[in-house]
Design a protein around this ligand. Sequence first.
Ligand SMILES: NC(=O)c1ccc[n+]([C@@H]2O[C@H](COP(=O)([O-])OP(=O)(O)OC[C@H]3O[C@@H](n4cnc5c(N)ncnc54)[C@H](O)[C@@H]3O)[C@@H](O)[C@H]2O)c1
Length: 262
Amino acid sequence: MSLSSDRISGKVCVVTGAAKSIGFAIAEKYAEQGAKVVLIDIDPLVEESAKTLADKGYIAKGYVLNITNRDAVLKCFADIEATYGDIYALVNNAGVVDTRPFEENDEAILDKMFKVNVYGTTYCIQGALPSMKRIKMGKIINFASKSGKTGSALMAPYSAAKGAVIVLTQALAFEVAKDNINVNAVCPGITDATGVWSSVSKGYVENMKMERDAIVKKFTEKVPLGRLTDIQDVVEFVFFLTVSADYCTGQAFNITGGREMH
Ligand SMILES: NC(=O)c1ccc[n+]([C@@H]2O[C@H](COP(=O)([O-])OP(=O)(O)OC[C@H]3O[C@@H](n4cnc5c(N)ncnc54)[C@H](O)[C@@H]3O)[C@@H](O)[C@H]2O)c1
């Protein structure tokens, strides 16, 4: 089912990690619903991605930005405000994953997992909060993961970082509830046709010495609803959190076909 709402028509919605995959699909949904969409990504492809939306007549702009650089993030958000006005929604979708045996996680890997997934999310929220506090409303949607609820083998630093995103979400929800800002997290399961799953499945092939098809079968069998997560499953849930769900804050919602239940 595809949801529809005029609630974000004309409003500024920012999506990070939006050059492709889940992030781009969310930006596209927002654009179709009349929002002014800002796509952020470290990958220069984001400009082309924004152009494909603008070419369809939507209001869309791409920013090439490394979200781990706090000064650059704050400058970018100030520019977004100056160009389009106050920000209503922020989707912290940008994230990176890594797959390797626990003993091999050195400082560089830990830094990368926390700097993008946790620090970057924090900086983008800091960039968007002045707008949201000014207009006394806002929706912040952070990307955690099923691995942030129950850690995944071979992905300890990623799991720890996504767990941190969940408690960051709770702490911030308490802090900004008085400003009428909802802060929630989503926890997708393995989502097909995405960068993260491509990287994770490659890591599993190397570390578990199994063929990719066997790995897909093994993980699909663990999902009660019998299939991997589809990008649209995530898009529709994020959209619901953006245009409705006004009485939900500080939550971490599983989008896992029942694979994760707490
Ligand atoms: N795909 C899955 O199976 C899955 C499952 C659970 C959670 N997630 C989470 O969902 C989100 C999206 O996943 P995806 O598979 O679509 O990812 P993806 O790898 O396809 O896309 C992520 C985007 O983030 C961007 N990015 C990375 N580092 C950045 C930085 N420093 N600054 C700005 N942009 C940066 C990348 O360039 C990329 O375009 C991630 O946070 C991921 O951890 C994904």
